[in-house]
Write a protein that binds this ligand. Structure first.
Ligand code: C2E
Length: 790
């Protein structure tokens, strides 16, 4: 292509010949002015929009000021009309003054201008600048927007690549240059993200993209590209990253779930809770994790959520290992750009569930034995009763109370008692069927529910087997003890027709078994009801017995077996009940113990006995070694400060303590040795003596006798009773006496009713005798009369 192709269209016209065209160049041909065919035409014929007058006017202007311009339209072709600018001047050619004209297509320039303005606007709006590197000349051209993004004054910028690099954040320069060079070398797209650091400390994020151009020899000549200000996007991304970071560091799991239960997002806590990776969870639906949701129930749940906006529920999610994790879900329906999602906060409530279960267990089970407690027993019994009602069957309960447990507990300590209860529970459990319920009602009371009882004899067999398993000794920390069981049996509906009635009936039957001598069972009978009521009313009346002077002491003489002299007396309490007459201490002492009245009663008996002794001393002639003995129960001894108050009292009434004997039972010596020792020692140091009551019936551990400085052994009535007929009892009595004497103790035989018994006791060397043979216990006045009569 020659140079004219790029030259602007120019012409020469003769002003003196109606502006006839005398020259047009080839650019005019391209422009649409046909020179060959049209040569010799006037300018107005070629460009009809210019009139002759207008040309004259323009020529006059050229002649005057050297140049003139005209904007007009030009019908280039049938369809195209151009806006053209004619730049006119004069030129002398061949002695003629000619009009020289240059034509410029302003319509194209306008379009370019318009396009450039539009591009600038677009760049400004989009924050995209453009740049162009002329590599050969190291000239960098920036668009206006690039300058704006860079916040650089056009006029003050040295437009080179090096100058551009200088504008980049120092930490990012290396990366920018590296990427630029790599792109040039590899002929690849240039992409980089870098920062601009402004003098005031602000930072902008720029994303650059560019493309290198090469000449035919492969040399890079040009590099053009764009710069996008991504600061806002970056800040948003940072914010999103921060939010994700925060979500990932939340203790609670977060799920984002769509309408179809697809998991859209989960945080770290969710992954950790279920053992899945985030990718794994994002391929799952809630229905895949939650056994409580299938697509239908999920849909239902979704609708509820949309209605209520927020729902809190408990469910289970299966972890990767297959374990079910109990969770609490706080689901929130949220809408984002028309899309509804469930933003759920999910908490692992395994620990809470465990504690709840534990509390539930504690509320229903006895902590010591692990058996159902009174509450659960109640629920189960009600359940069995209603089943029995429907099926017409019988439900029985066995009320089991451990005999002498309180004594063991008081004397051997609570730890011992607890361990014994555990062992007892295990033993009873061995006697029952799977369908039976054994519960602990508290203390030493157990109850057994036996549903579907068809044969009453079965109940007896179960009760007996329980009694049998209790017979073997209990061994706790190598300390042996014996505890038996008393059992009461009642059935629904054959004995009673209510829940409460059944429990009370079995309880009454159990008391009856106790009264029958313990270690046995009793079936409920209506007569028991009456007895229990009596017992209850006794308990009520006992509270007032002291204040209403209904208690008395009776004295029973104790006789020296050799001299036949009354040398001692035992004080035995009596209750003269206004309605029931004399109530035996065997009946009311246990009630007093249960009610805590034993201390008051015991103190009162002691003082009465001490006063009686003082009187006896005052009346005695030459028998100043006489003594009075007072019973003290293990409970009374363990839970009171008897030593000091009694010693004080004796000194207040001027009675030498040597005239008092305290009768204790063997069980007392098995307890907290140190405490018992101290208390007993205090009594002995004060001068009182100690007698061990009911010897032979309990533990009969000889070692205690010496250790606790016992003075008298009282041979129990049960050995004395059959002395005449049972050679064993005689042997036992003799053994006790021999052993006691060896240890320096003296013996008192209780319950001596016949001369023959007395003779045998004398033969075996017993020291003292007490019993109906001499006298029954009698009021104090009678006792003195009895003494005088002798
Ligand atoms: N069959 C028969 N019985 C005889 C004979 N000689 C005496 N007895 C009875 O045997 C019991 C002897 O008292 P214990 O073994 O200490 O047994 C006493 C004692 O353990 C307790 N007790 C009585 N008074 C008190 C007291 O003030 N405090 C305490 N803690 N317990 C007492 O009540 C138990 C029963 O006392 P009691 O009914 O007075 O019964 C007395 C007495 O009346 C006899 O020859 N034949």
């Amino acid at each position: 292509m020659d140079g004219e192709a790029y030259a602007p269209p120019i012409f020469l016209a003769d002003p003196n010949n109606r502006f006839q065209l005398i020259y047009v160049n080839r650019a005019c041909l391209n422009f649409g002015i046909q020179i060959d065919a049209q040569f010799g035409k006037t300018l107005t014929e070629c460009i009809p929009t210019i009139t002759q007058d207008k040309l004259d006017e323009l020529w006059a202007k050229v002649c005057k000021s050297g140049k003139a311009t005209l904007l007009t339209d030009f019908q280039k072709s049938h369809e195209t009309v151009l806006s053209i600018e004619l730049s006119l001047s004069q030129m002398v050619h061949a002695g003629k003054n000619l009009m020289f004209g240059c034509i410029r297509d302003t319509s194209e320039q306008g379009a370019i201008l318009h396009a450039r303005v539009a591009l600038e606007d677009a760049q400004r709006i989009a924050h995209i600048g453009s740049w162009d590197v002329d590599i050969l000349n190291d000239v960098l051209t920036w668009s206006d927007e690039t300058f704006r993004i860079w916040e650089i004054d056009k006029t003050k910028f040295e437009a080179t690549f090096a100058a551009f690099v200088e504008t980049v954040h120092p930490d990012d320069r290396e990366k920018v240059v590296h990427n630029y060079n790599q792109s040039l070398i590899n002929k690849t797209l240039y992409q980089v993200e870098h920062r601009l650091l402004f003098p005031d400390g602000r930072v902008k994020y720029i994303q650059e993209r560019g493309e290198p151009f090469y000449d035919d020899d492969g040399r890079p000549i040009r590099f053009i590209g764009t710069s996008l200000d991504v600061t806002e996007r970056k800040r948003f991304e940072e914010l999103v990253a921060l939010q994700n970071h925060a979500l990932d560091h939340m203790g609670e799991a977060v799920y984002l779930v769509d309408e179809d239960a697809h998991i859209l997002h989960v945080n770290n806590a969710a992954c950790k809770m279920l053992g899945y990776t985030q990718e794994e969870l994002l391929t799952r639906r809630v229905c895949d994790l939650d056994p409580n949701y299938d697509p239908a129930t999920w849909h239902h749940h979704w609708n509820d959520l949309l209605n209520q906006k927020t729902i809190t529920l408990e469910t289970l999610h299966r972890s990767k290992s297959g374990a079910l994790v109990p969770i609490e879900v706080n689901a929130n329906a949220i809408e984002y750009e028309g899309r509804r999602v469930n933003f759920a906060l999910v908490r692992d409530i395994t620990e809470r569930k465990r504690i709840e279960a534990q509390i539930q267990h504690q509320a229903s089970y006895d902590a010591l034995t692990g058996l159902p407690n009174r509450r659960l027993f109640g629920d189960r019994l009600r359940e069995k009763i209603s089943t029995a009602e429907r099926s017409g069957s019988n439900v029985a309960i066995l009320f089991i109370d451990l005999d002498r447990f309180k004594e063991v507990n008081d004397t051997l300590g609570h730890h011992y008692g607890d361990q014994l209860l555990i062992q007892a529970a295990q033993r009873i459990q061995r006697c029952v069927r799977e369908s039976d319920t054994l519960a602990r009602m508290g203390g030493d009371e157990f109850v057994l529910i036996l549903p579907d009882v068809t044969e009453i004899s079965h109940l007896g067999r179960v009760a007996q087997s329980i009694i049998d398993v209790m017979a073997s000794p209990f061994d706790v920390d190598s300390q042996i003890s014996y505890v038996s069981a008393s059992i009461g049996i009642a059935s629904y509906p054959s004995d009673v027709d209510s829940f409460e009635g059944l429990i009370s009936a079995a309880d009454q039957a159990m008391y009856f078994a106790k009264e029958r001598g313990r270690n046995c069972f009793s079936f409920f009978t209506p007569a028991m009801q009456k007895q229990v009521q009596q017992r209850l009313s006794l308990a009520n009346d006992l509270r007032e017995a002291m204040s209403k002077d209904q208690l008395q002491i009776h004295l029973q003489p104790i006789v020296d077996i050799v001299s036949g002299q009354v040398v001692k007396a035992e004080a035995l309490v009596r209750w003269k009940h206004p309605k029931h007459g004399m109530v035996s201490p065997d009946k009311f002492i246990p009630i007093a113990e249960e009610m805590g009245l034993i201390h008051e009663i015991g103190d009162w008996v002691f003082r009465q006995a001490a006063e009686a002794m003082s009187l006896w001393l005052a009346k005695a002639t030459g028998n100043d070694c006489c003594q009075i003995s007072v019973n003290i129960s293990a409970r009374q001894f363990m839970h009171s400060d008897i030593g000091n108050s009694w010693v004080d009292y004796l000194s207040a009434i001027h009675l030498p303590p040597s005239h008092v004997v305290i009768e204790i039972t063997e069980s007392l010596l098995l307890g907290d040795e140190a405490d018992v020792m101290v208390k007993l020692q205090r009594l002995r140091e004060a001068g009182m003596q100690l007698a061990l009551d009911d010897f032979g019936t309990g533990y009969s551990a000889m070692s205690y006798l010496k250790k606790f400085n016992i003075d008298y052994l009282k041979i129990d009535r049960s050995f004395v009773r059959d002395l005449e007929s049972d050679p064993n009892d005689r042997a036992i009595a003799e053994a006790i006496v021999v052993m006691a004497h060896r240890l320096g103790l003296r013996t008192i035989a209780e319950g001596v009713e016949t001369e023959h018994q007395k003779d045998i006791l004398a033969q075996v060397g017993c020291d003292y005798v007490q019993g109906y043979l001499y006298a029954k216990p009698m009021p104090v006045e009678e006792f003195f009369a009895f003494l005088e009569a002798k």
